[in-house]
Design a protein around this ligand. Structure first.
Ligand code: ZN
Length: 448
């Protein structure tokens, strides 16, 4: 497949704080970027509630998608220069795969909604499925643009995203242990959160990547650059992605949408009419692609601003807690202390909080981020190094550094509760006995 006939006479350059420049030399790519479906990604924050903890993290999915495209573009160029295929099946790089790789890289997150993980949890949507539908449905602009390459091209791009594309090198570029997606978001998220953990030598990692028959492997000389990437990734999970306050705000968001959902199913004459138009298709579980595309961070925030004045006290209070950043507190628990949770919930309920909306448990290692597990992963998702004799060896068998962190679950499990439960002031005398008992249970549990 090629899109040579749509080569731009003058390449377009987007400035980017992570990669310096993002270069577009083709009309198809430029038109995809300019499509309404892709432009919507400017209005969806990459890290959702994380910006309420790291205020710099306001960057959008738009910038991330351009970044993944740029890394893929550089990788294709490196492969074409150093490992051009001579005959079919020689395990080297066939540059006819470049268009499908570039389009899949650019579009891989097209179906992300606002506050993606929480939204998916409440409405049972699936961003990957929606991404593939946006690519393959003949009604979308993106689909029309992709069909200029060929009628089969949209389905091919979608099959890279679902890992079904026959060329495993292309699939590995977009989705593997060391892929363009992760390499971009680690650097980008580190930059915008203002942390230093996600930094690693991207140029070096790209240079030591090499196509193989089953995907992509790394030159032995690049082992330390890959180690650095693994450790950066671990640090970002522990320090940024699993931050307890971010998770607390996700809990509030989750419960807020849950309450709104409940209100739609329980109409009440006493209450004002509750009809958030753009969300109704999701509350009714009957939505189409254009309903989905109408949503972004701004749509949700506008509803939350209205809900702050609702006569439903739970909805109003949760909207206030989310918008004005009043996170729940949380304490770590383990198998031993988990026994206390029902008692704690009872005390919270007795203090006047509906425990279904004001408590939660969540385990960070269950969040949709992964750490490196060579034992449990599928063989093709392992990181493999190329030995001098050409044999492949799995990274943790030669790197003591990676061995020491691999296969171990990182993270913790936390119990979330209203900050008021830690109150010591006398003006809440009514609940003081509950608070005291609660606090005597919760102490020594790493409260955040
Ligand atoms: Zn991504």
């Amino acid at each position: 497949m090629s899109f040579n006939d749509e080569q731009l006479r003058h390449e377009k350059v987007f400035r980017d704080p992570i990669h310096g420049t993002v270069t577009v030399d083709n009309q198809i790519i430029l038109d995809l970027i300019n499509s309404p479906e892709f432009q919507r990604l400017r209005r969806v924050k990459q890290l959702g509630t994380t910006s309420l903890v790291f205020h710099g993290a306001e960057h959008s999915r738009f910038g991330h998608c351009l970044g993944v495209y740029e890394i893929t573009r550089r990788l294709c160029a490196q492969f074409e220069r150093n490992y051009p295929s001579q005959i079919d099946g020689d395990g080297l790089w066939d540059n006819n795969e470049r268009p499908v790789a570039l389009c899949a890289a650019l579009l891989h997150d097209l179906g992300h909604g606002p506050y993606s993980h929480t939204f998916e949890h409440i409405f049972k949507t699936d961003h990957e499925l929606i991404t593939r539908r946006l690519i393959t449905d003949p009604s979308t602009n993106v689909n029309k643009i992709l069909r200029r390459v060929s009628d089969e091209f949209p389905a091919q791009v979608a099959s890279v995203i679902s890992h079904e594309y026959p060329n495993k090198q292309v699939v590995s570029m977009i989705s593997s242990q060391v892929d363009a997606d992760r390499m971009d978001y680690l650097q980008r998220d580190a930059y915008y959160t203002g942390t230093n953990y996600g930094k690693f030598d991207l140029d070096r990692v790209l240079r030591v990547m090499q196509p193989t028959k089953d995907g992509i492997a790394f030159k032995m000389s690049g082992m330390h650059a890959v180690e650095d990437y693994i450790i950066s990734r671990l640090q970002m999970y522990l320090q940024v992605y699993f931050h307890p306050v971010t998770r607390s705000l996700e809990v509030i968001l989750d419960h807020l949408l849950n309450r709104a959902h409940w209100m739609c199913n329980h109409p009440d004459q006493q209450r004002e009419a509750f009809n958030p138009e753009l969300l109704m298709p999701f509350f009714r579980n009957k939505f189409n692609l254009s309903d989905y595309l109408a949503l972004d961070d701004g749509t949700l925030t506008t509803y939350f601003t209205q809900w702050k004045h609702s006569r439903d006290t739970i909805l109003a209070d949760l909207a206030h807690r989310f918008l004005d950043r009043r996170p729940l507190k949380s304490a770590e628990y383990d198998d031993q202390t988990a026994k206390l949770l029902p008692e704690l919930r009872k005390l919270i309920q007795a203090s006047g909080f509906n425990s279904a909306y004001y408590t939660a448990t969540n385990a960070s290692y269950k969040l949709p981020y992964d750490t490196y597990h060579p034992r449990t992963a599928q063989p093709q998702t392992q990181i493999e190094l190329i030995q001098p004799d050409g044999e492949l060896v799995e990274l943790s068998t030669v790197s003591t550094l990676v061995k020491s962190v691999s296969g171990k679950e990182a993270g913790d499990q936390r119990f979330f509760f209203p900050k008021e439960m830690l109150s010591t002031s006398n003006d809440l005398e009514l609940f003081a006995p509950y608070y005291e008992e609660f606090q005597s249970h919760i102490k020594n549990n790493h409260v955040c």
